[in-house]
Design a protein around this ligand. Structure first.
Ligand code: GLN
Length: 256
């Protein structure tokens, strides 16, 4: 049946055939239980961002991982998660190495030039983590301080814009940035609120400033040419938002 469909496609859509057949996986290997091999949905993430994505034993779990799984289930696809550096997610989506990027990723102007985004499924807030006895009381006090950020995140982008490159130290991930704060190499860390909470919980003597730095929206990114997949995934995501599944997943990880 699949083979027949591909032949039809070949006649109808010449150039698209190759993509359709190769993406659709095998046209011949069928199993007794399931006569259509599932198409894979490759999601790139950076699993150092609790509670959105993090390692639990061998598995990558978290809000994004579960929403992506629900999307794949809805579409009858097989989800495959690739754990990569945050700043290689967008380039990998652009080169079609990954079908989509989902990593608590904020939608912003700059990124919209390189990739398309889904409907937003969560809000993020950039916050400031300091030591409990810090003289930094509000965002206004961080001007002349040493600021730690995670490379290429919006925290990095905004802080570099607002306070200048000289004040910023970039780290591979949030955990390393927070270790630099603990050991006194930087005076504060600017990072998303949910991972901030788990870092503060895991390290003695830290707190999050009450004033928020920047508010933002998280969404899934896609290759600009891959509008078919974008629309399919986005449609499934919107249904999962509407029927309360997304909220249920968020509530499982973020206690009010
Ligand atoms: N929300 C931030 C961004 O998109 C951080 C995301 C992350 O570190 N995974 O840049």
């Amino acid at each position: 049946m699949k083979k027949f469909l591909c032949v039809l496609l070949a006649v109808a859509m010449l150039a698209l055939t190759f993509v359709a057949c190769s993406k659709g996986g095998s046209t011949e290997d069928t199993t007794a239980a399931d006569d259509t091999a599932k198409e894979t949905l490759v999601m790139a993430t950076n699993a150092e961002f609790p509670p959105y994505e993090y390692h639990e034993g061998d598995a990558i779990v978290g809000i994004d991982a579960e929403i992506a799984q629900a999307i794949a289930d809805k579409l009858g696809m097989e989800l495959k998660i690739e754990d990569v550096a945050f700043d290689s997610i967008i380039p990998g989506v652009q080169s079609k190495k990954y079908d989509m990027g989902m990593a608590g990723m904020t939608v912003n102007e700059e990124r919209l030039k390189s990739v398309d985004f889904s409907t937003s499924y969560a809000k993020g807030v950039q916050v400031v983590i300091v030591k409990e006895d810090s003289d930094i009381k509000t965002v206004d006090d961080i001007k002349d301080k040493k600021i730690g950020v995670q490379t290429s995140t919006t925290g990095d982008i905004y802080a570099t814009d607002d306070f200048g490159e000289d004040h910023i130290t970039k780290y591979d991930n949030g955990a390393v940035a927070v270790q630099a704060l603990v050991s006194g190499k930087v005076d504060c860390v600017i990072i998303d609120n949910e991972p901030a909470k788990s870092y503060v919980e895991a390290n003695e003597g830290l707190k999050i400033l009450e004033t928020n730095y920047v508010e933002e929206e998280y969404a899934i990114c896609f290759n600009k040419e891959n509008t078919e997949l974008r629309d399919k995934v986005n449609g499934a995501l919107e249904e999962l938002i509407k029927d309360g599944t997304v909220q249920k997943i968020v509530d499982k990880y973020i206690k009010a």
